[in-house]
Design a protein around this ligand. Structure first.
Ligand SMILES: Cc1cc2nc3c(=O)[nH]c(=O)nc-3n(C[C@H](O)[C@H](O)[C@H](O)COP(=O)(O)O)c2cc1C
Length: 317
């Protein structure tokens, strides 16, 4: 079980990302030195209905530990029951509540970022989940719904309800992914809850930006999403830079190829032959910095066999 207050600082963690931070990718991340993982969100309603596909999403390999499972939902009793079921089956090291997702299908049912506008409901969810499981319960949220100052009150509400850690994406719901993450505002929110650990999130894509995000927010660690997609080496590079000032080299093309081959293998082991279709979303990220990325991208998002992946990898020089 995670003890947020005693984890070595600064914390460097993989952010939850739907369809991305699943078992195969988290194993890859672990192997490349990511110390802590937040798994993709699962629906509390589907968990309570014992939906087999959703239950499988929350399954993990013991090598992934320490690992936090994220849950979304809006009803405190259902959220608590989902947390209890997940904990009883898998014993993750922590449970996280999604209070930041801006997607219409999520917010229209008072899930995700909609909870920022429903502080009483958000607090009731935290309290109910805390009572249901023995592990820490954290909250991931945004700066606000419309105003980037909403978080200043909201973080106090979830802290008072018993959240053990708060992660803050430095954008509002209305911003979606536009504009830039405001790490200074995350810092203001951080100062509202000085007794609680906070992770700063959004736009951390280089070791130097990780340092800047930490300095400007005063957070206990960084939560990195897109910066780690196709780039599981990034957490180690961030950690090394923060601890020593040394910037480790980027991975070589051969390391990238080898990692993709491992990813393919893990994907098929976990999902069966159809797993390659699910891998299509990941593959282009491995080459996002390549000058040939556009060309590669269009090939990689169509692969359906291991041989096709191998063939494409061999053509990359
Ligand atoms: C493909 C994708 C899926 C995401 N899914 C989730 C999710 O399941 N739960 C969540 O709290 N945030 C989710 N997010 C938001 C990220 O966790 C993170 O807050 C956001 O990407 C900003 O951080 P970044 O700039 O480091 O990527 C997702 C983001 C992306 C790009």
């Amino acid at each position: 079980m995670i003890d947020w207050s005693s984890l070595p600082r600064p914390i460097v963690a993989l952010a939850p990302m739907a369809d991305m931070t699943d078992l195969p990718f988290c194993l890859i991340c672990k192997d490349k030195g990511v110390g802590l993982m937040f798994r993709e969100m699962v629906s509390s309603e589907a968990i309570v209905r014992q939906n087999p596909k959703t239950l499988k999403m929350a399954e993990f390999d013991q090598r992934e530990r320490p690992l936090v499972q994220q849950i979304f939902g809006s009803d405190p009793a259902t959220m608590a029951e989902a947390a209890r079921i997940i904990y009883e089956r898998y014993q993750p090291d922590g449970i996280d509540i999604n209070m930041g997702c801006p997607v219409y299908n999520i917010v229209c049912n008072f899930n995700g970022a909609a909870l920022i506008r429903e502080p009483d409901r958000a607090a009731a969810i935290v309290r109910a989940m805390k009572q249901a499981v023995p592990c820490p319960v954290s909250v991931k949220t945004r700066l606000g719904w419309k105003h980037d100052t909403d978080c200043l009150e909201f973080v106090k509400v979830v802290a008072d309800a018993g959240a053990d850690l708060v992660s803050i994406h430095g954008r509002t719901k209305e911003q979606g992914y536009s504009g830039v993450a405001n790490w200074d505002r995350v810092g203001e929110a951080r100062r509202q809850i000085p007794h609680l650990p906070v992770l700063v999130n959004g736009d951390i894509t280089t070791p130097a930006l990780a340092k800047e995000a930490l300095t400007r927010s005063g957070a206990d660690g960084v939560l990195i999403g897109r910066g780690l997609l196709g780039n599981p080496w990034f957490a180690k590079r961030v950690e090394t830079y923060l601890m020593t000032g040394v910037v480790l080299p980027e991975p070589t093309l051969e390391e990238i190829r080898e990692t993709i081959r491992t990813h393919v293998r893990l994907q098929i082991d976990h999902y069966g032959p159809g797993g390659l279709t699910k891998l299509r979303k990941h593959l282009p990220w491995y080459f996002k910095q390549s000058h040939k990325s556009k060309e590669l991208r269009s090939k990689l998002v169509r692969v359906s066999t291991v041989e096709e992946v191998d063939q494409i990898l061999q053509t990359i020089v």
